[in-house]
Ligand binder design. Structure first.
Ligand code: UGA
Length: 441
């Protein structure tokens, strides 16, 4: 089976590499020559645990290659995955320019029956839109099918998620396309991963409904945590007991500074936009987006309260240095997109505070965002030297077992805002920290 993957961003690269690992012959295409050259030199443009090994192995075994030649790649493959970006526009709508460009290219190179698979997260109706573009250019006599096959990969765990999916969703209009897609995923089929076969629109909706629900679930536990803080309750115990109810499940009930990343913020915005387009006011999603933004700012208020300063004052953080551990939106990724750290750090800087920061992987990406407005440190310990308050923003494993006595000795004053709840409040208080976390009284 020969498969083309167009777009070597996060989704395309993981999909292409993992399909090759499952025995497919995969050609990954990108218009970005520099990126393709890099990949051909064995350099991986994103940080994703396990991916480098898979790419190296499959390139060596000649099941995986990278090229900029989109025309030839389309001609030579039966299945063509569209995995290009769909960035948000100013009004929250997904920008489909790249998807449309690829659809045109496919139409121009349609030299036989092909299955065109939409892997990018696209608004409901895009599959039909792609079909129309191809039909208009290729004419009535050419045979092809459009399929929606959304991905459910988490950054930092994408390889594992691809290998052992909870479900594989295939939205298609013909038996032939479904059979070919089952062939593409035959390894999963044999491993009895559940397949959900639907029409195209339903598959597109499943992706948005899933991501928006998870964003909503996180937002819900964040609000419960805020209330726990006021009421003297412990959100961890609340979440644990909630999760014991099989209908709720314990996953995605960890409170924190708000969700970020390239998916939840974009997909909730897009769902709100799609709803509006259909004349439906999706209140719950609109509120989730608003509350998540507020959560980030609430974290700055929390830090100010801990330090005993008036957050509302223009120069609230004047003469204070804050040490930040963790900048990426979550651990095991260098992705800074929509990371709560951006709002939180910018808010502190705007109120005249100074920032010293460290992240194990995301420093280079952080530099592109913060420039020289913050001090970048070599490790955890240099980031806390002389600071008034330490803020833990991302729960990297290496931050879970810090030498807290050493940390304390290095700090100027001993305020600790643990916004991922990775330390025990009692232990921290005993060590002499003035400690706060999210939702633990
Ligand atoms: C998310 C989904 O989990 C994937 O299933 C989906 O395929 C992907 O989006 C996508 O659409 O491509 P991802 O953005 O990589 O994956 O990251 P998550 O692990 O879901 O975390 C998202 C955000 O929620 C992070 O900021 C994380 O810190 C936050 N989060 C997550 C919480 O604050 N609490 C939780 O309990 C879980």
């Amino acid at each position: 089976m020969r498969v083309a993957v167009i777009g070597t961003g996060y989704v395309g690269l993981v999909t292409g590499s993992c399909l090759a690992e499952f025995g497919m012959y995969v050609t990954c295409v990108d218009i970005d020559k520099q990126k393709i050259d890099k990949l051909n030199r064995g350099e991986i443009p994103i940080y994703e645990p396990g991916l480098e090994l898979i790419i190296e192995k499959n390139v060596k075994e000649e099941r995986l290659k990278f090229t900029t030649d989109i025309d030839e790649t389309i001609k030579n493959n039966l299945v063509v995955f569209i995995a290009v970006g769909t960035p948000p526009k100013d009004d929250g709508a997904a920008d489909l320019t790249f998807v449309e460009n690829v659809a045109r290219k496919i139409a121009e190179n349609l030299n036989g029956y092909k299955v065109v698979v939409d892997k990018s997260t696209v608004p409901v109706g895009t599959g039909q839109h792609v079909k129309k573009i191809i039909r208009n250019i290729a004419g009535d006599n050419k045979r092809f099918d459009v399929v929606s096959n959304p991905e459910f990969l988490r950054e930092g765990a994408a390889v594992q998620d691809f290998m052992k999916p909870d479900r594989i969703v295939i939205g298609a209009e013909s038996e032939e396309a479904v059979a070919i897609m089952k062939d593409v995923y035959s390894a999963h089929y044999l491993n009895e991963a559940p397949f959900v076969i639907t029409n195209i629109e339903t598959a597109e909706m499943i992706k948005y409904a899933s991501n928006a629900f998870l964003a909503l679930k996180i937002t819900y536990i964040n609000e419960i945590a805020n209330l726990c803080d006021l009421a003297g309750a412990d959100v961890h115990k609340v979440a644990k007991a909630m999760g014991m109810d099989g209908r709720i499940s314990p996953k995605f009930l960890h409170p924190g500074p708000g969700y970020g990343g390239s998916c939840f913020p974009k997909d909730t915005q897009a769902l709100a936009y799609i709803s509006k387009e259909y004349g439906y006011d999706f209140n719950l999603i609109n509120t989730t987006i608003k509350v998540n933004e507020q959560q980030k700012v609430k974290m700055v208020e929390k830090i100010a309260k801990l330090l005993g300063i008036d957050y509302k004052k223009k120069n609230a953080f004047e003469n204070l240095t804050i040490g930040i551990l963790g900048l990426s939106f979550k651990p095991n990724t260098d992705d800074m997109r929509e990371s709560p750290s951006i709002t939180i750090i910018n808010e502190i800087i705007s109120k005249n505070g100074k920032i010293k920061a460290f992240d194990p992987i995301a420093m280079d990406n952080a530099k592109k965002i913060f420039g020289n407005s913050i001090v970048y440190c070599e490790d955890e310990y240099s980031a806390v030297e002389g600071v008034d308050c330490l803020v833990i923003l991302t729960e990297w494993n290496q931050f879970r077992k810090l030498d807290m006595q050493r940390i304390k000795d290095l700090m100027n004053r001993h305020y600790l805002a643990d916004l991922r709840n990775i330390y025990e409040p009692e232990k921290m208080n005993k060590l002499g920290f003035k400690y706060t976390s999210v939702g633990r009284g």
